[in-house]
Design a protein around this ligand. Structure first.
Ligand SMILES: C[S@@+](CC[C@H](N)C(=O)[O-])C[C@H]1O[C@@H](n2cnc3c(N)ncnc32)[C@H](O)[C@@H]1O
Ligand SMILES: CC(C)=CCC/C(C)=C/COP(=O)(O)OP(=O)(O)O
Ligand SMILES: [Mg+2]
Length: 294
């Protein structure tokens, strides 16, 4: 990581981490500026702020009548329920975790998954993000919840973290691996995970069976300034870095109801069609991969 040297403070040199590449600087700016209602209003439902998508069947009984004055509020709560269900599924795959363990949330966003992990396991969670706005937001939420001794976010490149070799019980990327080289990413998880530790990713990936990234995948990349990898690249990067897959789950059918519901809401962002069409034509898949560090 490059560091910017600042004038000495009280005789001690002060350093602030700078982005490792110009691309990472762009991504930090992107997330520092992000304030989409679809993320903030969903997070306001119960104080868990996510930047990922949902899974599971829509509860039409809970939504009620579309003509009802409360319908939009119920729709937002339902989308949020499906996003939290996605994070619960990720946590289900972390294996046995105890209060003495430390987990790493790589690309932690506003920290919703980190909070959920602490609430489930009582463990410590270290989140890393390129965005200072997100890290500040996550740390403020942790303080409001009184869990700042256990849930902490920092501005840090997930390819070059300060965590000691073999010190981490489990780690994950929840929709954050499309911003980095996968070989570099898996090498870093493999370094800080203890032998027997667990790595989990939930991600969108292009399907090698389709041939090449479809126009919809290219549209998603342009929308988020990311670089979606193929399913094959994930498995290869894991195999090359002592991460042995224990579960590969195709969540595509489980995420489509979320997108179809979201497309009917007032909070649409314009990217809904690309997700729905690419999931339907088979060019793009939503997957969970859980791997053991051997
Ligand atoms: C779509 S958000 C996902 C946030 C979170 N995992 C969640 O589920 O709510 C992508 C996140 O990846 C982070 N990110 C992208 N590249 C990164 C890098 N090189 N190091 C650390 N974080 C990174 C961004 O800062 C952002 O927080
Ligand atoms: C599955 C893929 C390819 C994800 C790309 C990464 C990403 C931007 C995830 C959602 O973030 P968000 O919650 O901020 O997005 P939105 O505003 O669309 O809800
Ligand atoms: Mg969102």
């Amino acid at each position: 990581m490059t560091n910017t040297e600042l004038p000495t403070v009280n005789g001690t040199s002060a350093f602030v981490p700078g982005p490792a590449t110009p691309y990472q600087g762009d991504i930090a700016r992107y997330w520092n500026a992000e304030a989409r209602p679809v993320n903030l209003r969903l997070g306001d439902v119960d104080g868990l702020y996510h930047h990922h998508y949902g899974i599971g069947a829509v509860d039409h009984a809970a939504l009620g009548d579309v003509e009802d004055s409360e319908y939009e509020k119920k729709l937002i709560a339902e989308l949020h329920r499906l996003e939290s269900a996605q994070a619960e599924l990720l946590l289900d795959h972390l294996g046995p975790i105890g209060p003495e363990d430390t987990l790493v949330d790589a690309g932690c966003g506003r920290g919703g998954s980190s909070v959920m992990a602490h609430q489930r396991f009582g463990c410590k969670v270290e989140g890393v993000t390129l965005s200072s706005t997100q890290a500040d937001f996550g740390n403020k939420r942790a303080k409001e919840l009184g869990i700042e001794s256990h849930v902490h976010a920092q501005v840090c490149n997930m390819l070059d973290t300060p965590f000691e070799k073999g010190s981490i019980a489990a780690s994950w990327n929840n929709e954050s691996s499309m911003y980095v080289d996968l070989d570099d990413l898996m090498a870093e998880h493999s370094r800080f995970l203890r032998v027997g530790g667990r790595y989990v990713t939930i991600t969108g990936c292009w399907n090698p069976k389709y041939g090449q990234p479809s126009k919809w995948v290219s549209q998603i990349n342009a929308h988020f300034e990311c670089n979606i990898h193929s399913r094959r690249e994930y498995l290869k990067a894991m195999a090359d870095n002592r991460l042995v897959p224990q579960a590969v789950i195709d969540l595509t059918p489980d995420t489509l109801p979320y997108w179809e519901l979201r497309a009917t809401s007032s909070l649409v962002t314009g990217i809904e069609e690309a997700f729905i069409e690419s999931y339907r034509d088979g060019s793009f898949q939503y997957v969970l991969i859980a791997a053991d560090r051997v």
